[in-house]
Design a protein around this ligand. Structure first.
Ligand code: PBG
Length: 330
């Protein structure tokens, strides 16, 4: 007889659920504040703190406000942030992305100075910096791979030089992790880790982010480089390739419609695994909670727990501060 075969009434599964104490003792997954990475959107100017209309509670902030926010985030025990930058000018080759005085580079230097203990990650991509909103260089209707990768290596290097503790390429071009690794190593950053957006899907759940990062493609879409939501084996090939190229942490993105992918990646590779609880996943909960249709806090904690249960070691989430506050109260 298998132990999974029912043996009622000798066996009663409800017994371990009867008291809060016992429920907490048998709990398999426990969220912790140090699971969270908090995304921040840097914009030019001073004293700018502009709420993103589709993401209540999330702001575009100038560097001075970002510094203030980072002091706060660090004080709450959240270990890490990830920076996105919205430059004053965009052009066809995203020049501001790899400018040593670019918006993210400036934010890095300012935050490193004020909050040296906070772990600073940068999103490495061109889409916020190009006039056409694509993640790299465009020729005709093709988003070019190799020439774009070269620009991404320049972007990653300027981030490292400005004080980034880790870089996170989010473009999904082929060969970019290896190329970034080589450039970092050649410039003395052998110990700087890469978190690759390894299995990143072409997802409708990025909608609100594109308002936040002002990165909506002006034509076409991202389906020639981001993955088809219907595929799962392909995600393993993507992750395997990034690990071979030197990725230290692999990410699955989005999280909720891809919990199965998180689990497969964790089981297959046993690597430090991150999941990105993306903008649309945040906004859906915020909108339903505002209408009183769901209990926002409860659903938030349930969702974050499910991502960790699926196998994520860390979660990039706009909920980080709210969830940290709840965990602290418990
Ligand atoms: C690309 C990038 C995107 C997100 C993170 N990095 C957008 C995209 O691929 O179009 C989405 C994050 C979110 O939706 O919260 N720089």
């Amino acid at each position: 007889m298998s132990i999974y075969e029912g043996n009622y009434p000798v066996s009663r599964l409800r017994r371990t659920r009867m008291s809060p104490v016992l429920r907490s003792m048998v709990r398999e997954t426990e969220l912790a504040v140090n699971d969270f990475i908090y995304p921040l959107f840097a914009v030019p100017g001073t004293k700018v703190k502009k709420e993103i209309s589709s993401m209540p509670g999330v702001y575009q902030m100038s560097v001075d406000e970002i510094v203030r926010e980072c002091v706060d985030v660090h004080g709450m025990g959240i270990p890490a942030v990830i920076f996105f930058g919205i430059p004053p000018q965009k052009d066809a080759v995203g020049s501001e992305a790899y400018d040593e005085h670019g918006i993210v580079q400036t934010a890095l230097r300012a935050v490193k100075k004020e909050v040296p203990e906070l772990y600073l990650i940068t999103d490495v991509c061109m889409c916020e910096y190009t006039s056409h909103g694509h993640c790299g260089i465009v020729k005709g209707d093709e988003i070019v791979n190799d020439a774009s990768v070269e620009l991404l290596t320049k972007e990653a290097l300027t981030h490292a030089q400005a004080g980034a503790d880790m870089v996170a390429p989010s473009d999904m071009f082929d060969g970019r992790v290896g190329a970034i690794r080589r450039v970092l190593d050649a410039n003395g950053f052998t110990n700087l880790p890469i978190m690759s957006y390894a299995a990143k899907y072409a997802s409708g759940f990025y909608g609100p982010f594109r308002e936040a990062a002002e990165s909506t493609p002006q034509f076409g879409d991202r389906r020639s480089h981001q993955m088809d939501p219907a595929n799962s084996d392909e995600a393993l090939r993507e992750v395997a390739q990034d690990i071979r190229e030197g990725a230290d942490i692999v990410m699955v993105k989005p999280a909720l419609s891809y919990l199965d992918i998180i689990r497969r990646v964790k089981d297959e590779f046993h690597m430090p695994t991150a999941a990105y609880n993306v903008s649309g996943e945040y906004s859906l909960i915020k909108a339903a909670a505002a209408k009183g249709w769901v209990d926002g806090e409860r659903v938030m904690m349930e969702v974050l727990t499910s991502i960790k249960r699926a196998g994520a070691d860390m979660i990039l989430t706009y909920f980080a501060k709210e969830a940290a506050a709840i965990l602290k109260k418990r």
